[in-house]
Design a protein around this ligand. Sequence first.
Ligand code: DX5
Ligand code: ZN
Length: 219
Amino acid sequence: MRVPLIAPSILSANFACLGDEIKAVDKQGADWIHLDVMDGHFVPNITFGPVVLESLRSYSKLPFDVHFMIEPIDPFIEPFVRAGADQISFHIEVGPHAHRSLQHIKSFGIKAGIVICPATPAIAISEVLDLVDNILVMTVNPGFGGQKFLTSQLAKIRKIYEMVKETGRLISISVDGGINAQTASLVVEAGANVLIAGTSIYNQPNYGQAMNALRGVQK
Ligand code: DX5
Ligand code: ZN
């Protein structure tokens, strides 16, 4: 089985020292840094804005993978690009002009992704596959860390894997929510190649070991 990329989600890190928490996973072999931006409107939780992202930028050269859980999207694209985002993914459920928002993100020369909630069928993203670099499949309902993985989403990951294959394009398939060593092997088997994880990395004493466990590598 392919070894997936690991994207620690700082939502479960110690917010009193986020810079050091990012440095720590970077040093221990993380591939991307996942940053959850929540607005208390699209999701029932609030995290941080571009000022915080900008202040974290100098702590790691790894790609900053920004997960928008905000509505609207468009006014916040440029501020997050300027702050140092390498990829911005937003929810297909935030309407109505996903196509334009993806074009807008790509116009800054960074990567663009689309996120799909548990209740949304795979077909909902079929008309934007020519524009996306990343598809993020939520395996919990967005808003909080530490929730239980939804097994029901495995079939959707498989479907999306087939849809991506058909495009012939290079599109990463990320999964987010309830990813631990057990669920990691299920989603990788279904076709995911980027594992986003908060609790199962930041709530462990050894971040490096935790990331290797997700990769299926015992070290
Ligand atoms: C939830 C966020 C996730 C969150 C995952 O809405 O998008 O990135 O950090 O947390 P865990 O890995 O604890 O389920
Ligand atoms: Zn996320």
